[in-house]
Ligand binder design. Sequence first.
Ligand code: SF4
Length: 698
Amino acid sequence: MDGTGLPETRSTCPYCGVGCGVLLRPDGQGGLDVRGDPEHPANYGRLCSKGSALAETVGLEQRLLTPMVDGKPAAWDDTLQLVADRFSQTIADHGPDSVAFYVSGQLLTEDYYVANKLMKGFIGSANIDTNSRLCMASSVAGHKRAFGTDTVPGTYEDLEEADLIVLVGSNLAWCHPVLYQRILAARKARGTKLVVIDPRRTASCDGADMHLALQPGSDVALFNRLLVTLYEGGALDAAYLAHTNGFDDALNAAFADSTAPCGLTEDEITAFCNLWMGTEKVVTIYSQGVNQSTSGSDKVNAILNCHLATGRIGTPGCGPLSVTGQPNAMGGREVGGLANMLACHLDLENADHRTAVRDFWQAPQMPHAAGLKAVDMFKAVGDGRIKALWIIHTNPAVSMPEAGAVRDAIAGCPFTVVSDITAQTDTARLADVLLPASAWAEKDGTVTNSDRTISRQRSVLSAPGEARPDWDILSEVGRRMGFARAFDYTSPGEIFREYAALSGIAGQFGRDFDISGFADISDSDYIQLAPVRWPVTPDRTGGRFFADGAYYHGDGKARLLPVTWRPPASETGPRFPYRLNTGRLRDQWHTMTRTALSQRLSAHLPEPFLDIHPEDAAAEGIDASDLVEVTSRTGTCILRARLSDTVQRGQVFAPMHWTGETAPSARIDTLVAAMTDPVSGQPESKASVVAVRPYKAA
Ligand code: SF4
C-alpha cells in the first residue's frame, strides 16, 4: 500500500535485459502510477527514462482490440480454427518444415515455452526462431563453445566488486542505463576504472577513463593482443588453465594475429592491455557491437579466452557479462526458443536430450536437426519454402536486415498470422490474420534478465477489447490442431510448473539449469514468487558459475578457441565508401510501438538522422541539418545530417527505430545486408557499406 491506500503490484520493466523491478498502481482511469522497486536486485529502485515513462505508454491508442481476418473483424472461435486449419493443411500438404514461428524476446517465458513445445514437439519442425537472434545469438554460441552450455557466469553484483569494467560494443549508458548508473555509483564509491571499446564516442564514454575507438569488427585482433600480453607478462593462471583445453592453439592464433589492424595506436593497445593485466578484478561487458557481426561468435570467444586464461571468471568482481537487449531474451534461451536449441540448456542435435524431452512432453515427433535461423527463415519465406508463418510481437518488416526484401517475402507468403498489441506496424499490415494480444501490464508470467534473475511480470490492468495472453492463444491453436492434452493449460502458473519439472531432466544430464524445485509450486506461491537467480539447486543457489573450474563439455573442462580477426563481410569501395553503424537511442525502444506514445520520450531526438564526420560531410557537400540520401546495395533512406566527430572518418551512424508508419524513408534496416555469422546466424547490423550524398527532391 502507499499513501493513497491503493495496493501496489510488483512487476518488471518490459524494455531491456537489465530487468528492473517496478511497482505499479492502477490510477483508476485505465492508467498506472509507476516507480522503481526498491527491493528488486536489478535496480534497487532506479529507473531510466524509458522505465520512468512506462505509465505514458499503456493507453489504448492504436491497440488491436479484436481478431481480424483479411482486414475485417472476426470472432475468436472462427479465427483460431482458421489458423489451426491452415497450419494443419500446410503441414499435411508440404511437411512440417513448410511452417514457421518467428517470435520475440518480448514474450514471457511461459509464452515462449508453449510456442517452442508446439513447434518442436507437436508440429515436428525446429522452425521457430526469435528476434533475439538479432540481439545475442553470438553470445549464446560463444558460451556454448567455451563452457559447453549457454551459461552467463557473472552477476550484476560483480559490477560493484570489480576494479576495472570494460564495455565492448556496448553503449550501456543509453541501452542498459540502470547498469551504467550502478557502474557510476561504484566508480564514485571505490574508484572503479572504466574502459569503453567502441568505434563511436558514445554517451558511455562520458564517464570513462579510456575510450578505444577501434575499427569496426576488429575486436578479435584487440583481444588477441591482450592474450599475447597476458602470456608475455606472466599473468596466466596455471592452476585455472588446468580446467581448460585449447590454450596453446588459442595463443598461437593470437600470435598469428598480432599484426592485425584494429585502428588503435600502439600506445593505446599497450595502455589497455597493461591496465587489464594489472587489475585483478575485471568484468568485461559486451553487447550488440560484439554480437551483431559476421565474426560475432569469434569476438565473444576472444574475450572469454582472456578471462579463462587468467581465471578471472566466476569470482566476485570478475568475469565476462553478456547483456541482452530484450527483456526476456534470457528466458527465451532457457526454454529453447531458438531454432537450434532445446529447453533447459539441452541440445536439439543430441539424441539422448531429444529423446528425454520428447518422452517428457509425450510428443509424437521431434526434429533431429536445427531449424531455420531468422535471416534464413525469411529467405525461405521469400523463396516459397515457408508457406505458413506466425509472427508474434515483433516487426521484421522493419527490423530484419534487408527489410525491404523481408517485407516483400511476408507479403508474398500464402498465409501469415501476426499476434500483437497493435495493427499499426509494417508487419501487421501484411498479415492475413491479426490476433489481439495482451500488453505488458495485462500479462502474467515470468522473465529472466541478463544475470539469470527470474522475476514475475504481473497483470495490473484488464486486457482491453478481446485481447488475450499469448500462452492462451498458442494453446488454443495447439488444441485445435489435435494436441488437446498437451496444451490443456489454464494458467501461466501451470505452464511454469511443467517447465520447472522439465528442467529436472537437465539436471540429470549434468546441466545446472535446474529449477525443478518449483515443479510443485502452488498457485499462491507462484503469484507471490520473489525474484530468484538460477541456479536454484541447494548447493549453488543464486551463485556465480565456474569459480570451481567445472564446465559442461564432456571432459568437464572449458575450451579456449583459436580465433583470428576477419574484416566485416561487406567491403567499402568507390561506390559505397562509408561504413554504416546502426544502433539505439536512449529514449526509444525497437520500432517505437510503445515508446512513441510518450511525448516526453519522443522529444529526446524527434526525427531520424545520420551522424557523419564534419570532414566527410564537407567532402560530400553536406551542411549541418541537410537532408541526405543514404544508399546501399539493398535500399535507400533519406535522413537529416548531423555533423559530429563522435563518428570516425569513413563511418556513419543511424538509429534503427523509425518505421514505415513513422518515417517511410528512414527504415534503416533496408540498408543492412543480410550477412550473418556462420556459427550463430546473427546478422552484421553494424558494418554495412553505404554511399551518402545531399538529397535532391525529384
Ligand atoms: Fe527498463 Fe532497462 Fe530502463 Fe531498467 S534499464 S528501467 S529494464 S529500460
